[in-house]
Structure formats: C-alpha cells, structure tokens
Ligand binder design. Sequence first.
Ligand code: 6CS
Length: 368
Amino acid sequence: MRANIQKLGEVIFIFKKKNLLALMTLVVLGMVLAACGGNGEGDGSASGDGGETYNWKFVTEEIDGQVQYEYAEEFAKRMNEKTDGAVNIDVYEFGGLGSETDQVEQLQSGTVEMAVMSPGFTGNMVKEGQLFALHFLFPDSVETTQQILNDSEALNTDLRELYEEHSISPLSYWTEGAMQWTSSRAISEPADFEGLKMRTQTSPLILESYKAYGADPQSMSWGELYTGLDQGTVEGQENPIFFIGDASFHEVQDYMTISNHNNYVAMTTVNTDWYEGLDEEMQSTIDETVEEMQDWVFEEQKKQNEEYLEVIKNDTENPTEIIELNEEQRNAFREKAAPVRDFYREEVSTVDGQILDKLLEEIDSSGQ
Ligand code: 6CS
C-alpha cells in the first residue's frame, strides 16, 4: 500500500507540470488505492511481543520534497523512535487520498488520524479561521510571525475550540513563508489587479481580499493550477516562493511580485475524538513532538524559500521578472486591504471579531 502511494507520488511529480488530466486521474487512482488499503488501526493493537502497536495515517497537501510532506516524514520518524517502533505513521502526499477538501473530510471522519491542513480550505466551515486570509495582518518578520503562532492564545485556545466543534484539533500553527504574487502582467499597484483572474484556495474571505484590489478571483485546487495558468483560465496566484518554484508556476507566469502581503500558515491537525481517546502518555509524546517540530519546520521553510528564489532567478529558459515592492507601494495595498477586516468582523465572524481582536493585541504586544 505505502509503496503504491509512494510510486503514485513519483508519477505525480513527473506529470504535474504537463498534464492536468493525468494528475486528476492519479488523484482518483489514489482514492481507490486508499480505499483498498482500508483503515489503519488508530488504536493500539497487540504486537508479537505483547506490546501495543499503532498504525496511523498522516495526509499532507504537498508532495515529496515540499515542506508539509517533509514535516510529516520527520514527525513520523521521531514518533517511531520515541516509541521504540510502536508507532508507525504512513505519510500521504497530495493526490494520494484526493483533493485538499477531501482530506479535510477524511480527517473529520477519522479515516486519517493526522493531517497538515491549510485554513484556506476550511473557511466555509470554521468561519473564524478565515482571519488568516487578511493581508498585512502579521508582522513583516517571518520569525516574529512564527513566535506569535507558537504563543497565541487566540489561535491555540480560542480558534482551536471552534475547529474542535468540527472534529478537527489544530495542535500547532506554522508558517511556510511569506507569500508572493505571480502573474501574467506586472503588478506593482492595486490598479494592476483590475479584472485579473486570480486563483485562490476555497475560503471565501481569500476571494474577498482580492476583490478589494479589483481582481476577479476564483478558487481552484493546486493540482489544476499549472495548467490553469498555462491556458489562461487564471492569470495570477499567491504562494510562498518554495512552492512557486517547486510546482514550476513561474514557468507559466511572466512576473513575480515580492509583496510579502501575507504569511502562508499551515496547521498540524488531528481527529479530535481519536486524539482524546489516546492515553495520556501517548498524547504527551505527540504534543512534545509537535512542539519540537516548530523550530524544525521554521528552518525547513526558510531553507526551501531561499533555495527556490535562486532557482527562479537562475531559470533562464523560463525568465521571470521579479518586482520588489517598496514600503510606499505596499502601503497602497495595505490601504485597500483594511476594509476587509471590517468585513470579517461584521459579515464573517460568528463571535464579533473577538478572536481577531485578541490576535491583534497579541501582535501589538510583539512590538512589531
Ligand atoms: O496553493 C495551494 O493550494 C498550496 N500551497 C501550499 C504552499 N501548500 C499546499 C496548498 O494546497
């Protein structure tokens, strides 16, 4: 089963740049393979030597080599070592078990025990989680942003409780780096977005953020994005640099704007009932590993973002014009983005923006 999924991942890697149809076929194939494999035992089962063994599934939204997948592999390795081989975690890359939204449902139903999940795919369910879609919310420093994600009570207690109403427990939040825009036309001021067909994830507030600049946003799975950009179905997208480079979006885009308009935040999530059913010792081992992984993943995203900036700059076969916004230019976007916060408070939040306001106080006290 695992070998099949890994094979599938390699094939996806080869095909991803070339053929949407092939990729989507493989997504379906992955779902069939997963169904054939049946559920891993989430609870302990007896091993030959009388000890308990645990087999869990950990699904990610990225493929082998990318930050989320590397995170899950490292997490699995650490859990296996700490439990003397009792915990075995199978890591699934994007496409192995379906689309990003399929993966959310699999975690909720307990078909998979663990998932790296982006709030950008849960906004129709956990409305408050859409605060991550607000541009220029976090400090410019990615380090400080990570510190806030680690310490925030608004996120780690209040927002977590709202996710738990939907059987999803976010155990941590971590950045995959600052997001930048790629596009088929140069973007250096809000007017450049006028009518631009912008690809986004599914959370409605992400679309709202781009409407505020005059763009024409539409949500799409990233599995369709390379072809969408190539064929002009969409003309721009946002992502951290490592993802732009590794998914080769720059090959089918002419410009990359260094806007640092937002941070890409991912969550390490577990199925709530499953996690609460584990004994205390196992829960602490998971919690301890989740905490250790915060520094690990920070370094991983930093390394990959730096490496891929060079890859994009040096790709002379697919030249990309890089536009670096100065503070004045960023302020023009900041101004247009400000009303989206009020929209969030008034139209989106189910708790009158309380979580956002608490987070804003936490950001303020970070001094950045
Ligand atoms: O743009 C996306 O949808 C994808 N971007 C990243 C950085 N990770 C996975 C996600 O699905």
